[in-house]
Every structure is written in structure tokens, then in C-alpha cells.
Design a protein around this ligand. Structure first.
Ligand code: AHM
Ligand code: MG
Length: 332
């Protein structure tokens, strides 16, 4: 009865996905296949990222591609890689990507799943060797199979996610994901080309003493937001802001802390996107015992009106997010 036992550290991601699938007797394996497709694309993107520092050097000794074109930007390459993997995998009918204004119909009309993805978030950090990430969210389509995915399939609230995850390309590359039954993290071993379970059943600390927000925008914070940041300082919290969402989120998930991208004068709805940045991380943080909101309401209950909607994000340790919400409520 292995379903009652936690799988040991060192289990490969493929094996982990397979064993978890056996916990659901009627599962067809399609979601498992989809997760494996994402992991495969992540390995390819990881390889491209690791080489990125060499691109200019390679260019300098004449290593241009066959068409003689300049190298494409990494976020474009990542987008192509993930879309190709999802299209070839066959389980996904429709994709929403930060890189594409319109939905992408894969042509797999029998596919049961919708994927929303930010293929390479924080890509401005690549040039300076800072960690970056991929964020994804998986929904089951609501329309019958046999036709392309519809807008109703795409615009589901976060509570309908069946799985979500991220890949962090950092000092190690990791994939962290949930299917609604806890959160597990896998570390990539490049010489073997495998992800191994390294962080089983991740639990977000209930509280913490780190706050992560771009204080360069503080002149345009709302009164509640400004008061909360002042409170963090009174408490002696540490400020930690990489400016790469996945990296800031990952650190706070493991160590405790709060990440905020608030509404500012420049971006009244914040900067981050509900479908492929906020919701997947919200699902993960909740599964790890943390909390995510827009300052007033639960992120996953926000009804998307457009697939590229933005919303403010308060995410991390449950006590810290609740405290921040109290400050925000004073404005009302
Ligand atoms: P991007 O999707 O254009 O890469 O922007 C998202 C990034 C996040 O990774 C990061 O947390 C945030 O933008 C930083 O924004 P700012 O520089 O305004 O603080
Ligand atoms: Mg992004």
C-alpha cells in the first residue's frame, strides 16, 4: 500500500508522478503525461539558459545559426520550447502564454487540458546571471472535447486549477508543483538529466521576518500599503527583493516571508498577471499552508475577465499575509 507512504527523497520525478497517479484508481494518466512534458521542456530550457552567457562569445567566433539570424531572446526560445512540448504531448487543447496576445490552439481537439504559462519570468535578469523561472497552471476544459478550447475554458478562476507549478533556474534548477495534494520539490541533476525529489511535502512557515516588495515605488503606495511597510520596518523584518518573482517566492515559501506586488500609480492593478503568475503560485502557497490575496480577497477566487488580467499580489506565510490584509482593510 505505497499510497499511504511518503516517497523517499531521491525518487525521480517520473517515478513520483507515476506512483502518485496510482493513488487515483480512475486516473487515465493524461495529467501525468502533461506534467512529464512540462518537465522535459524545462530541461531543454535549462540547457539554453545555462549556455546563455556563451551566446555572445559564440557569436564572436562566427557561430551564427544557419539562416544567419541573430540569436533569439531566451524568453522567446522558452516560449517555443514549452508550446512545442505541450503540442507534441497531445493532452492540451489550448495554451495561454505571457508571450502571446492570443490563445494558442494546439490542434489537439481531444486534449482535456488548458495550460496557462509564463515561459520565462524575470527575463530581464538573464543578462546579469540572476535566477529566473517558469510558472504554469493547468485546468480541465469545461467544453466537450472534439473542438478547440473556448474562452470559457480559458477564463476559469484559480480554484479550478488541477495542478500548478514552477521551475526555478537558479544555483540549482528545481521544479516545484502541486496537484492539490501537497507540494513537492525536485532538484535537477544535470549530469543525469533527471529531477529528483529533494523537498517532499513542502510546508510554508506560518510566519516569518522577510518582506519582499519594490520599495522604489513607495511614493505611490496606498496608505494601507505604506503603513504595512512601515510596520515591517518597526518589526525589524529583513527586506529581500530579487525582482524575479519565482526566486523571491521560492525563498519565502521555504524560509517564511511575504512577497507583495501592490497597486501603484503607474500600475493600478499591479504588474503581475492573474492567470499565469498569481494563480499558480497561490495554489502552491495554499497547498503548503500559506496564503495569497490581492490585499482584500483570495487570489484564487478572482474571476478573470481577460486572460492577461493583472492583479495585486500579497503572497507567502499565512500570518504575514493576514496582517497585511488588516492594514489594507483600514483604507476601506
Ligand atoms: P515580467 O513578466 O515582465 O518578467 O515581469 C515580472 C517580474 C517579476 O518576476 C518580478 O517580481 C517583477 O516583475 C519585478 O517588477 P519591478 O521591477 O517593478 O519590481
Ligand atoms: Mg512574467
Amino acid at each position: 500500500q505505497h499510497d499511504k507512504l511518503a516517497l523517499p527523497v531521491g525518487t525521480t520525478l517520473d517515478r513520483f508522478i507515476m506512483r502518485k497517479q496510482e493513488d487515483f484508481p480512475y486516473a487515465t494518466g493524461e495529467l501525468s503525461q502533461l506534467l512529464r512534458d512540462i518537465a522535459l521542456a524545462a530541461k531543454i530550457v535549462n540547457r539554453e539558459i545555462n549556455r546563455s552567457g556563451l551566446i555572445d562569445i559564440a557569436g564572436a567566433y562566427g557561430n551564427r545559426n544557419v539562416q544567419g539570424e541573430d540569436q533569439q531572446k531566451l524568453d522567446v526560445i522558452a516560449n517555443i520550447r514549452f508550446i512545442r512540448a505541450l503540442r507534441n504531448g497531445g493532452e492540451v487543447c489550448t495554451i495561454i502564454s505571457e508571450e502571446d496576445e492570443e490563445v494558442i490552439q494546439t490542434g489537439n481537439v481531444q486534449g482535456k487540458y488548458i495550460v496557462a504559462i509564463d515561459p520565462l519570468d524575470g527575463s530581464s535578469n538573464i543578462d546579469v546571471n540572476v535566477s529566473i523561472g517558469t510558472i504554469f497552471s493547468i485546468y480541465r476544459r469545461v467544453s466537450p472535447t472534439g473542438a478547440e478550447g473556448t474562452m470559457a475554458d480559458c477564463l476559469q478562476s484559480g480554484t479550478h486549477q488541477v495542478a500548478a507549478g514552477y521551475v526555478i533556474y537558479g544555483s540549482s534548477t528545481m521544479m516545484v508543483y502541486t496537484t492539490g495534494n501537497g507540494v513537492n520539490g525536485f532538484t535537477y541533476e544535470p549530469s543525469l538529466g533527471e529531477f529528483f525529489l529533494s523537498h517532499p511535502n513542502i510546508q510554508s512557515p506560518k510566519s516569518g521576518n522577510v518582506y519582499s516588495v519594490n520599495e522604489g515605488s513607495s511614493v505611490s503606495f496606498s496608505p494601507g500599503m505604506a503603513a504595512y511597510v512601515a510596520y515591517c520596518k518597526e518589526q525589524g523584518y529583513s527586506a529581500r527583493y530579487i525582482g524575479s518573482l519565482v526566486a523571491d517566492f521560492h525563498r519565502n515559501l521555504l524560509k517564511g516571508g511575504i512577497y507583495i506586488y501592490p497597486s501603484t500609480q503607474k500600475s493600478p492593478k499591479g504588474k503581475l498577471r492573474l492567470m499565469y503568475e498569481c494563480n499558480p503560485l497561490a495554489f502552491i502557497v495554499e497547498q503548503a499552508g500559506g496564503k495569497a490575496s490581492n490585499g482584500y480577497m483570495r487570489t484564487m477566487e478572482i474571476e478573470p475577465l481577460d486572460m492577461h488580467d493583472r492583479c495585486p499580489l500579497f503572497i507567502g506565510s499565512v500570518d504575514l499575509v493576514s496582517q497585511a490584509e488588516e492594514f489594507m482593510a483600514r483604507e476601506l
